[in-house]
Write a protein that binds this ligand. Structure first.
Ligand SMILES: Cc1ncc(COP(=O)(O)O)c(C=O)c1O
Length: 407
């Protein structure tokens, strides 16, 4: 009785049981990133029906904002209900028919996932491989296209597992000259560094909400250009996934039809709308510059205490800083202390980089001076606790020096 009463009072007061009360964290890992309070507040707006005129109008606005962020005029641009992996599957299962030849660049975990999804969609996949942390040259891509004659080439722009950025300029020409489509994973790069879909000739791309867009995870922006749409139209076999079949999904998003397909995650779409509004209010060039700026401050701080980057300078991602764990420092103990004592989350290395790298995210809302400075101070604390030798305060001082002198 007493418990019931306590629960009633708790519900009346909107008190949350301790087990469901999230701790305060500073998200400096590979995603999710920090979320703007306005985006979190959008999640709590009243839920309406998925065919409510209000929601349909919001979907129109979302599509238009996504086109601006993707820097495209592509008609078929929408937010798939699901995380970034759903975006990957949407692109691949819609564009691949069983037996199609596909080239995928595998230089990290997410290229590997692309290969797997393409294989599951029935493709004959040639995977070109590079060690984790390296990128593909135009020559390597050209060679693979010559030897495999693919219908589709898939590349990851920002390999979150390694911190490397794949150069994409010039790739579309090679791919199109061979009559193929270029599909790009921009889960981590969209809204954090340039990925102009139309200017770079990308035929289809997918992203996620929880990286540089700074929205919670749950939706996957995708965009399909005219060549990709033509491939969709000329399919003779059904898309392997009913849920991700763009023929069906786009009937729901198209202003002219609006046929029920699935119940859209209404409140997630509110959140994405608000997050995109904030991205566009800041402006893409300013946002890209902000990511580069705080990356430079972080780099100055880390290098001042002897921490080196894992990726060659020319190919580093500004929003995902992969650094080498110094000799003698215990990875798990370091990250554990950072989380326990400072509430800061960073990412562990993945695949062959497990135990060798840390992945420090500066994505979207996370890319701020206050976070960089707090992080460096906390890193110094956690390194000192392990007996790692460095000049105390040097990391924070170097970042401060950058912030006071750099423009
Ligand atoms: C480059 C890249 N591709 C795909 C994914 C998969 O996205 P999700 O985990 O949202 O399904 C991620 C997630 O980190 C990613 O970084």
């Amino acid at each position: 009785m007493a418990t019931e009463l306590a629960q009633t009072i708790a519900a009346d007061n909107f008190l949350i049981p301790e087990s469901a009360q999230p701790p305060r964290r500073l998200l400096m890992g590979p995603g999710p990133s920090e979320t703007h309070p306005g985006v979190l507040a959008a999640l709590a707006r009243p839920t309406v029906g998925h065919l409510d005129p209000f929601f349909l109008q919001l979907m129109n606005e979302l599509q238009e904002m996504l086109r601006q962020v993707f820097q495209t005029r592509n008609r078929l641009t929408l937010a798939v209900s699901g995380t970034g992996s759903a975006g990957m599957e949407t692109c691949l299962v819609n564009l691949i028919s069983p037996g199609d030849r596909v080239v995928v660049g595998v230089n990290g975990v997410f290229g590997g996932r692309m290969r797997e999804v393409a294989q599951r969609a029935g493709a004959n996949v040639l995977a070109i491989e590079r060690p984790f942390g390296e990128v593909f040259s135009l020559e390597e891509i050209e060679q693979a296209i010559k030897s495999h004659s693919p219908k589709l080439v898939g590349l990851v722009h920002a390999e979150t597992s390694t911190g490397a950025m794949q150069p994409l300029e010039g790739v579309a020409d090679l791919v199109h000259n061979a009559g193929a489509l270029l599909v790009v994973d921009c889960v981590t790069s969209l809204a954090g560094c340039p990925i102009p879909i139309d200017a770079w000739g990308i035929d289809a791309a997918y992203s996620g909400t929880q990286k540089c867009i700074s929205c919670p995870p749950g939706l996957a922006p995708v965009t399909f250009g005219p060549r990709a749409e033509e491939v969709l139209r000329s399919r003779t076999t059904p898309v392997q996934s009913w849920y991700l079949d763009l023929g069906l999904v786009s009937n729901y998003w198209a202003e002219t039809s609006r046929a029920y397909h699935h119940t859209a995650p209404i409140n997630m779409n509110y959140a994405l709308h608000e997050a995109l509004r904030l991205v566009l209010q800041e402006g893409l060039p300013a946002r890209f510059a902000r990511h580069r700026y705080h990356h430079s401050a972080l780099r100055a701080g880390l290098e001042a205490i002897g921490i080196q980057f894992a990726v060659a300078a020319a190919h580093r991602l500004p929003m995902l800083n992969a650094v080498l764990i110094p000799d003698g420092v215990d990875d798990v103990a370091f990250r554990g202390r950072l989380l326990r004592d400072f509430g800061i989350e960073i990412g562990a290395g993945l695949g062959p980089l497990k135990g060798r790298t840390w992945r420090i995210g500066l994505m979207g809302e996370t890319a701020q001076a206050s976070h960089v400075l707090l992080f460096l101070a906390a890193v110094e604390n956690c390194l000192a606790a392990q007996g790692y030798r460095f000049t105390p305060g040097a990391g924070v001082a170097a970042a401060n020096e950058f912030y006071t002198t750099a423009r």
